[in-house]
Design a protein around this ligand. Structure first.
Ligand SMILES: NC(=O)c1ccc[n+]([C@@H]2O[C@H](COP(=O)([O-])OP(=O)(O)OC[C@H]3O[C@@H](n4cnc5c(N)ncnc54)[C@H](O)[C@@H]3O)[C@@H](O)[C@H]2O)c1
Length: 367
């Protein structure tokens, strides 16, 4: 079976974990493969994926083989597969637009993005690269708040006829206007904003669902997150944060029985703690009322390495996208979007989304 050919925009920590993972699982088999939701998905194993095109704007990444770029600073995620062979795919200079927040200039080079002085790619260059490389799916891993840059790459995917997986919270798949463009061209899309394997969102949603099912009224909740990677540094700029907050908050609001008043729910990235690097810590509190209006509360602290936590989910999203391509299905892939993403066009509980995705994989539903 041919490998699934992917292109990636943004070779940061998430791309690093994904590419390390594709290599890491080559040595495994179904019985010792820890950390995956599916070993075989529609005939594709986790390593049946190949990065054929890559775009970034950082001078330490542009012009290098993607297997080296993933270990270049400011990437700081766990190295669980140090020996990634050369891919023969050189990271091309992308188009910066609003990808780099101004406040990053106030931080050390090891912590922030340093734009390359190479000539930026125009739309035609990216489209040509996508076409020439044979890429079937473009993954968007740009920093939060990159509204223009995300749309730029989405347009490139549309014009190159390449499927699009939007792993970050600029709304494309959940924006009806953008989704319609993919529908019209019959190009599959999955989005928006990847939901980690066992992260703050899925934990918060699962507990909120439990409250609902057990008849506990959830009255107030917060989810505070800290981390020390460039994602958290970038999100110190509150002007870039609106869509991330909306995505994370809606992911929880959509599973509580009765929508909570905005003042009673606070969910978001909370601070940048450099020494945490790619370790993310989530502090969760939920206050509710039990039988007889008697109050209760729960507090939870979750500590995870941020980037590998979403990579296995992306490996499944890629394989679902490939199945759609093989089946000639275009437009929004509702089931995978609702299972794999925080802000899909249509929210379902995770149990429902799990069943729907399973049916999609088996070919029992179209999208
Ligand atoms: N870690 C997770 O589990 C998780 C979960 C949900 C969403 N996300 C989102 O995924 C995105 C990527 O996360 P990350 O941790 O890899 O971020 P990161 O900061 O490590 O990487 C971003 C990369 O994008 C590059 N970049 C900036 N502007 C660009 C442009 N215009 N064109 C091409 N490249 C550009 C940067 O140089 C950097 O390499 C973020 O938006 C994050 O919020 C991550």
């Amino acid at each position: 079976m041919d490998k699934i050919k992917i292109a990636i925009a943004g070779i940061g920590n998430c791309a690093s974990s994904l590419i390390q993972g594709i290599e890491y699982y080559k040595d495994k088999d179904e019985n010792d493969a820890i950390g995956l939701m599916h070993w075989d998905l529609g005939g594709y194993r986790p390593f049946d994926i190949e990065v054929v095109a890559a775009f970034d704007i950082d001078k330490r990444k542009v012009g290098t083989d993607v297997s080296e770029a993933i270990f270049a600073p400011p990437n700081c995620t766990a190295v669980f597969c140090p020996e990634v062979p050369k891919a023969g795919t050189i990271v091309k200079m992308g188009c910066i637009l609003d990808g780099v927040s101004e406040h990053m200039a106030g931080y050390s080079e090891n912590r922030s993005f340093i734009p390359s002085s190479e000539k930026e790619s125009a739309k035609e260059d990216v489209i040509k690269e996508l076409k020439d490389s044979g890429a079937e799916i473009l993954l968007n891993y740009l920093p939060v708040g990159s509204e223009e840059a995300t749309r730029f790459y989405a347009e490139c995917a549309l014009e190159a006829g390449v499927a699009y997986i939007n792993n970050m919270p600029v709304f494309i798949v959940s924006d009806p206007e953008w989704a319609a463009k993919f529908e019209e061209k019959g190009i599959p899309v999955i989005g928006d904003d990847i939901k980690a394997q066992l992260g703050a969102t899925i934990t918060h949603r699962t507990l909120a669902d439990l409250f609902r099912k057990r008849g506990v009224k959830l009255e107030r909740t917060y989810q505070l997150n800290t981390g020390g990677n460039t994602d958290f540094l970038n999100m110190l700029n509150r002007n870039r944060l609106a869509s991330k907050k909306e995505s994370k908050t809606e992911a929880v609001q959509s599973v509580v029985g009765q929508r909570m008043d905005d003042d009673n729910i606070h969910v978001g990235p909370s601070d940048y703690v450099p020494w945490q690097n790619d370790n993310k810590v989530c502090f969760l509190r939920m206050e509710g009322k039990l039988f007889g209006d008697v109050p209760m509360n729960i507090e939870l602290r979750l500590s995870v390495e941020d980037s590998p936590n979403s990579a296995g989910v992306v490996i499944d999203a890629i394989r679902c996208c490939k199945l759609a391509l093989e089946r000639g299905i275009g437009g929004i892939l509702y089931s995978p979007s609702s299972y794999f993403m925080k802000h899909p066009p249509k929210q379902f509980t995770d149990d429902e989304a799990h069943v729907m995705t399973d049916e999609f994989i088996k070919g029992q539903r179209d999208n």
